[in-house]
Design a protein around this ligand. Structure first.
Ligand SMILES: [Zn+2]
Length: 316
């Protein structure tokens, strides 16, 4: 006991501060030259599982930013140039990427929508949602003919993980065993998660709902959810009387149980749309805004989304 007490202040400081300083310098050193950079966060969740213990994953878009409307900052350009590997979805989603990637070695970038195995699984855009679509301001006019919200497909996530795995082995051949193990763990964990989600959602397969952003098609078709359509309204503008009326008609006609807003829509706007109906308001977050990068983040992200769906749909 006496020994501990006899440590003087300076010694204590050295014990506490020196290792953390070393740690900080080390992480700066690794960050500067070894980075996998992803455009949107959920893709970062997938790559993080594969880069775990090998190198670091970093995400370009800050929380709260939409890939549909984002423009790059000078600091983003630095990050892109310094990255060992840039993983992004495709030019219909991230319109800001192609120009800046022109100067970057083709070998250092993966455009996911161009991967043949992913191409086979792509869904066409809003095809199934026509009846719910209202002609009004559409921030998604630039959406291409394929649904580019591919991170909401666990099936596609597995291909993304495998692609990043293969690329990482090229970049870090001496870490092959670890990279293999990471992919294996990711695949097993994801299979468990998919089973658990299927079980949870089975009770709400007949509860119809509308969304305000047609982003969930991959997830909905895998788990048999009843999306009745999507309303496209500008989140920044109060919808006009006609839009409100038309949306209310749709909600009634299709016996919707819920409408799901996303964080960019103020509750007041949505409130106005369901006012006088029995329709509940839920919230979905397609970008995993409040989930931190970690080995299991992708599963956490899917489970969170599942819970958000249940929170609104599963009330009787
Ligand atoms: Zn979208």
């Amino acid at each position: 006991m006496k020994k501990y007490i006899s440590l003087n202040f300076k010694q204590l400081l050295r014990i506490l501060i020196l290792p953390s300083l070393l740690f900080i310098t080390q992480s700066i050193a690794t960050r500067a030259n070894a980075d996998v950079l992803t455009s949107v966060k959920p893709i970062g969740f997938i790559t993080q599982a594969i880069t775990y213990g090998v190198t670091e994953t970093d995400v370009l878009l800050p929380d709260g930013a939409s890939p549909h409307t984002y423009s790059l900052k000078p600091s983003d350009l630095v990050k892109i140039k310094q990255a060992q590997l840039v993983v992004w979805v495709g030019e219909d989603l991230e319109a800001f990427m192609p120009t800046v990637l022109k100067g970057i070695d083709k070998d250092k970038q993966i455009e996911l929508m161009e991967i043949p195995d992913i191409k086979k699984l792509l869904r066409t855009g809003t095809q199934n949602h026509e009846h719910g679509k209202l002609d009004s301001d559409d921030e998604h006019d630039h959406h291409g003919s394929y649904d580019e919200h591919i991170w909401l497909s666990p099936q596609i996530a597995k291909i993304i993980a495998k692609t990043v795995h293969d690329k990482l082995i090229d970049l870090y051949p001496d870490k092959r065993d670890l990279i293999d193990e990471n992919l294996n763990e990711f695949t097993i964990k994801l299979a468990e998660t998919e089973q658990s989600i299927a079980k949870k959602l089975i009770n709400v397969q007949n509860s119809g709902y509308f969304v305000f952003h047609d982003a969930y098609g991959y997830f909905e078709s895998q788990f048999g959810l009843k999306n009745l359509g999507s309303f496209t309204i500008n989140p920044a503008v109060q919808p006009g009387v006609q839009t409100v009326y038309a949306i209310k008609q749709e909600l009634k006609e299709h016996q919707a149980v819920c409408v799901f807003r996303e964080p960019q829509f103020s509750p007041a706007v949505i409130e106005k749309l369901v006012n006088g109906t029995d329709v509940r308001i839920g919230e979905l977050n397609p970008l995993g805004t409040d989930i931190a990068l970690s080995k299991n983040a992708y599963s956490q992200f899917l489970l969170r989304l599942t819970q958000q769906l249940l929170d609104c749909l599963d009330k009787n």
